[in-house]
Design a protein around this ligand. Structure first.
Ligand SMILES: Cc1cc2nc3c(=O)[nH]c(=O)nc-3n(C[C@H](O)[C@H](O)[C@H](O)COP(=O)(O)OP(=O)(O)OC[C@H]3O[C@@H](n4cnc5c(N)ncnc54)[C@H](O)[C@@H]3O)c2cc1C
Ligand code: FES
Length: 313
């Protein structure tokens, strides 16, 4: 059943769960299938855009499998939809299949772990502004922090499909190897040679892995790994662009590194979201205005911003 009221670029649609897979202790990938107008609208979804999912009708998992730190919050009533971006968008004939990479963080994402093939989910989207590729960019550097992987996997797909002249390298970091939301092959991860995380390798993109504790890849922050790579390779600033998604503290550092080298940089910001469509004002992002501070809305003006315009806390 479809609830969209027009053939506009966004709407409320019902998707059907196509598959769901657990890829780590707290990480999952779920694919949703859209038909009819939903298939058309979501086939145009840009990397970095997001959707609001209604998970109220999904059941909570049994108490025994709920992580201890989520037990108290798991029973909270779900009043609001939750924002999720896609890690891939694949038109298949008259259908469009989208994938969400997610981790269990509270009542909504816990409920997503009980969805099964054939279940229905109400989805509002696609929402917000995604990543874009300005003219003349020949090298894209994707800097991922933890759960920021999803939109940048989608970006990797888009670059391969639509920007064959632009090559890319991914840098992915997390606190520990277990916190990397990938189907990883730790024994293969090396800091000496470029490693190919399967999630980026399928688009022909080499990746570097960093962990804060050194349990996989580069020992240290992904931003240090990234900075070291920039120092060694010195890519031309005018034809290079950085795309980043992850914790704000990491985005701040990526923005500083980009500014220091005069490289264009787009970052995907996160805020708690109420409506997701610019009405409730709950998702303000402090930006540089003309002489003064300006506030923009993460859901409408973002979530992707030019790193030069954001004022980090
Ligand atoms: C544009 C956008 C895209 C997103 N894409 C994904 C995705 O692809 N995969 C994924 O797993 N998650 C994604 N998220 C985050 C996801 O929406 C939240 O984790 C969501 O709140 C989960 O709902 P919940 O009920 O499980 O947990 P909640 O109980 O809602 O949240 C759990 C905890 O996380 C905090 N939190 C929730 N949302 C945010 C936020 N936006 N910023 C900072 N802290 C927050 C809450 O305060 C709470 O402490 C995205 C968020 C945004 C804004
Ligand atoms: S979430 Fe309501 S204005 Fe952004």
């Amino acid at each position: 059943m479809e609830e969209s009221n027009s053939s506009s670029s966004r709407g409320v649609f019902t998707a059907t769960v196509h598959s769901r897979e657990q890829i780590g202790e707290r990480f999952y990938r779920i694919t949703l299938e859209f038909t009819d107008e939903g298939a058309k609208v979501f086939s145009n979804c840009q990397p970095g855009q997001f959707s609001q999912l209604d998970l109220t009708s999904a059941a909570l998992p049994i108490a025994a499998v709920i992580p201890e730190e989520l037990v108290d919050s798991s029973g909270r009533r779900l009043l609001l939809r939750r924002p999720f971006s896609f890690s891939s968008v694949t038109p298949k004939g008259d259908k469009t299949v989208v994938e969400i990479l997610y981790c269990t963080a509270g009542p909504a994402s816990l409920r997503m772990t009980t969805l099964n093939t054939g279940d229905s989910v109400s989805v509002v989207g696609p929402l917000g502004r995604g990543f874009s590729v300005p003219e003349g960019k020949k090298l894209a550097l994707l800097v991922v922090g933890g759960m920021g992987a999803g939109p940048l996997e989608h970006m990797a797909d888009m670059l391969t499909e639509k920007e064959p002249e632009t090559s890319a390298i991914a840098f992915a970091g997390a606190k520990t190897a277990d916190a990397l939301p990938f189907e990883r092959r730790l024994d293969e991860i090396s800091q000496q040679v470029g490693f190919w995380l399967p999630e980026f390798a399928r688009y022909g993109i080499e990746s570097r892995v960093a962990t804060d504790d050194g349990s996989a890849g580069f020992h240290g922050l992904v931003t240090d790994c990234f900075k070291q790579w920039l120092g060694e390779n010195n890519p031309p600033s005018e034809s290079t662009i950085i795309y980043s998604c992850g914790p704000e503290v990491m985005l701040k550092r990526v923005a500083e590194i980009a500014a220091g080298r005069n490289i264009d940089c787009q970052i995907s910001m996160e805020r708690l979201m109420g409506c997701g469509i610019g009405l409730c004002q709950s998702c303000a992002v402090e930006c540089k205005g003309h002489g003064d501070t300006d506030y923009k809305l993460c859901c409408k003006d973002g979530p992707v911003f030019d790193s030069k315009e954001v004022v980090f806390g």
